[in-house]
Design a protein around this ligand. Structure first.
Ligand SMILES: [Zn+2]
Length: 485
């Protein structure tokens, strides 16, 4: 007897339980890939198993749907392996210990992997259901989504005929996702030169900022410690003389920087006014961010007299100029009538450093419109090169662009409304999805992403809603059933 036996939809939960018994952490997709191949063989479907483990299963149309357009159902096989401190679970070898509480399925002590095991279960159940009615299907299962979408990037899209694409990796029921962000990393390097000088050494510290993820939280207009440091240095520079020794801020390009510090030399006679200006600046910033930052702290520590290498004045001016003119944060909101306030284009100046030879800034640029992403990147290049620096682009990742007229979105809207008596929310995300890769490689593709409610994904508290899975199943099979030509 399976733990999930008796739950509706039966086939979905039968497959979900089987999938949950197969270790399939990211980087360990061999067994689940074999399982999918076995499924295809047993049912007599053609399939391709790619070298990396991706599996494509070709399912013929049911009777009467032979002339309908081919539909791709897609999800990723791998799951994030997180466990509670007390758990002894071995993700490499052991099946998940799945259980039910009220309306939810969870795994005892570990993440559940409904992200994205439920996609596999929904797709397999659909083609295994004798009462199902659907166009020709291509089931596309990718490996290792959770560490850089390795499977999707490696997938040979010439193996796919379908141009109607349903991704099943959304953890919110009642939404139909219609776009995701593209991104790239912009690296700005400005050459710097030092000379020897002595004076009173101060360490300026900016800390206590909330930070957050540069995709998810950029719309919250939190303060960026690097940008605030730049503003402080400019504020100081117009009032008192000082020389920069070094500057650092931020840890990753995807994190909104919470801290920054800068070592400077100040003439002993200017010490008091220097300290006073920093206190004044702290008050200004606290006031500006009073609504979204509660722990801002901006201060300086007197480290005593010091002889040290400091930046030449011209170099210092370039650094401060760049920090004060480089764009940061939300650049544009989506103008489409999507149900969620969605950022269209943003960037985050995530890392700031000086080393022996250069001043370095690293930006994470995101946009669901390709041309806006490159325009913003060009702006950074223009700024950097104008002051004698070098600009480089890295990790260019494609967007899934919103389409005003999407037959598939309209169909989903109609079917959902008929089934549940209310319209689904048509939304997008300001983050990268596998969909972006497929969108860029399947010309003319019409794409949506849907899925049941899953809470606390990527944590040991991850849980899948049973009733939401049933509704999502009805929704998916009804959409496919509606595609008879
Ligand atoms: Zn996922």
């Amino acid at each position: 007897m399976g733990v999930l036996e008796g739950l509706e939809p039966k086939r979905v939960f039968k497959y979900f339980e089987e999938i949950s018994s197969i270790p399939r952490g990211t980087g360990n997709c061999g067994s689940i890939s074999e399982y999918l191949v076995r499924f295809a063989r047993e049912k007599g479907y053609e399939y391709v198993q790619e070298k990396c483990g991706n599996v494509i299963i070709y399912v013929p149309a049911t009777q009467g749907y032979e002339d309908s357009e081919t539909v791709i159902l897609q999800g990723h096989m791998d799951m994030v392996c997180e466990k509670a401190p007390s758990s002894k679970h071995d993700f490499k070898t052991e099946p998940l210990d799945i259980n039910i509480i009220d309306d939810h399925i969870f795994a005892r002590g570990t993440s559940l992997g409904a992200d994205d095991g439920i996609a596999l279960a929904l797709a397999l159940a659909e083609v295994d259901d004798p009462s199902a009615a659907h166009p020709p299907l291509e089931l596309v299962f990718t490996v290792d989504e959770e560490i850089g979408m390795i499977g999707a990037k490696a997938l040979n899209t010439s193996l796919l005929k379908g141009r109607k694409f349903i991704n099943l990796d959304l953890e919110r029921e009642g939404e139909v996702l219609t776009s995701s962000a593209g991104s790239l990393i912009g690296r700005m390097s400005v050459p710097i030169k030092y000379h020897r000088k002595s004076g009173e050494n101060y360490r300026i510290v900016i800390s206590g900022f909330t930070g957050g993820h540069s995709g998810k939280e950029i719309s919250k207009y939190r303060a960026n410690a690097n940008i605030i440091m730049g503003r402080l240095l400019h504020f100081l520079g117009t009032r008192v003389k000082y020389d920069i020794i070094s500057i650092t801020g931020g840890l990753t390009h995807t994190g909104i920087p919470r801290e920054a510090d800068c070592d400077v030399l100040v003439a002993k006679a200017d010490s008091d006014s220097f300290e006073g200006l920093i206190q004044e600046f702290e008050k200004t910033i606290k006031n500006e961010y009073r609504a979204n930052e509660s722990n801002i702290s901006i201060y300086c520590n007197d480290m005593g007299e010091l002889e040290e290498n400091v930046l030449f004045h011209k170099t210092q001016e370039r650094l401060i100029f760049l920090l004060n003119t480089v764009p940061d944060g939300v650049q544009k909101m989506c103008q489409e009538k999507l149900s969620r306030e969605l950022v269209e284009t943003s960037l985050n100046i995530g890392i700031m450093r000086t080393d022996e030879y250069r001043f370095y800034l690293e930006a994470s640029i995101r946009s669901c419109v390709k041309t806006e992403k490159y325009a913003l990147s060009d702006k950074l290049r223009y700024l950097t090169e104008t002051i004698g620096g070098i600009y480089e682009e890295d990790y260019d990742f494609p967007a899934w662009e919103y389409k005003d007229r999407s037959e598939l979105t309209e169909r989903c809207k109609k079917v959902y409304t008929e089934l549940f008596g209310r319209e689904p929310k048509i939304t997008g995300v300001h983050a990268g999805l596998e969909c972006g890769i497929f969108y860029s490689r399947l010309p003319g593709v019409d794409m949506v992403s849907i899925g049941p409610d899953i809470h606390d994904i990527h944590t040991p508290s991850e849980k899948l809603s049973i009733s939401s899975t049933l509704r999502t199943w009805n929704f998916l099979s009804s959409v496919l059933r509606s595609m008879r030509k």
